[in-house]
Design a binder for this molecule. Structure first.
Ligand code: FE2
Length: 303
């Protein structure tokens, strides 16, 4: 019951044709619909209409993010909880928020991010038949991740947003990086029994650090780095190992300056697992386990 997983990310881009070319040819997403100022895309193995929407704006950053809920009644239950926490909510009918959109509850989280809960988004199927499917469609280009994995956002008060996500939205804390004075610098939160569906790091409210696409193994991370280099895409960090989440990742930027990641690995987590804590002195290995230090750009550059 409740939130199933990250559903969609709406990203601002000033040059929608350039961004569409990048997300289709380098990342390898599938375009599912187009409006004059929006392009709808999905990863090949996702069944819902879109997981990434490129929206024209004179700047970059995150317009909004959405989580998919399991039942339509979850929308009412969660809206009641959000309202009880003093946060107003708005309701939208299918199609009101763009092509394929479902029944939606929208609110502004304490982190400043416009956030949605959605049920009933249009389903378009993955690119495989439901009977006797091969493991992967032919003809995919670029990195072609099978699905969107997680989103990493910034906000001024990580303790506050973590309490909101755990107490109101029902997320579980898997890991945290604590400052020496005890406040949370970074937190990792999940609904899918993976290390994180969303994470928060200290920074400006409303800021977008990165969105991550799942790839199936470490070799795919290496191939993603090859593809980025081939296309002249600036690599930010990696391929490397994260201490927190135990995953492997590679960071790079889209043409607008929004950070992308490809991510694999990590552990499976049961709901009764105790959170792991990293100390401020070990933040380098928590983020980049091999390098042991976090570079200034990674901690401060966002969109
Ligand atoms: Fe990440």
């Amino acid at each position: 019951m409740g939130i199933l997983r990250l559903s969609h990310v709406v990203v601002r881009v000033p040059d929608i044709e350039l961004a569409t070319a990048y997300y289709s040819e380098v990342v390898g997403l599938i375009e599912t619909a187009r409006e004059p100022e929006r392009v709808y895309m999905k990863c090949w193995d996702e069944h819902q209409h879109h997981s990434v929407v490129l929206e024209y704006a004179p700047t970059y950053g995150l317009e909004r993010l959405g989580f998919k809920v399991e039942h339509d009644s979850d929308l009412d239950d969660l809206a009641t909880r959000i309202e009880a926490a003093g946060i107003p909510t708005k309701r939208f009918e299918p199609g009101e928020l763009g092509v394929g959109s479902g029944y939606t509850v929208q609110f502004v989280a304490p982190s400043g991010h416009t956030t949605e809960l959605v049920w009933g988004m249009a389903q378009v199927g993955n690119l495989l038949p439901l009977t006797n499917p091969p493991p992967e469609p032919q003809g995919l280009v670029g990195i072609h991740p099978p699905r969107l994995d997680h989103i990493f956002l910034m906000c001024e008060d990580v303790d506050e947003i973590t309490a909101f996500y755990t107490e109101v939205l029902g997320f579980r804390l898997t890991e945290q990086i604590l400052a020496d004075d005890g406040h949370q610098l970074v937190t990792f939160l999940e609904r899918t029994h993976t290390p994180h569906d969303i994470a928060f790091i200290t920074g400006p409210n409303g800021a977008f650090h990165h969105m991550a696409f799942w790839v199936d193994d470490w070799n795919e991370v290496r191939k993603a780095a090859d593809i980025c280099s081939y296309h002249g895409i600036p690599i930010d960090a990696g391929p490397t190992r994260h201490g927190a989440t135990r995953g492997h990742g590679l960071y790079f930027f889209d043409p607008a300056g929004n950070r992308n990641e490809v991510y694999t690995g990590g552990y499976w987590t049961d709901p009764d697992r105790e959170p792991v804590t990293w100390t401020e002195a070990e933040i380098g290995r928590a983020v980049f386990y091999y390098e042991g230090v976090v570079d200034h750009r990674f901690m401060t550059v966002h969109s």
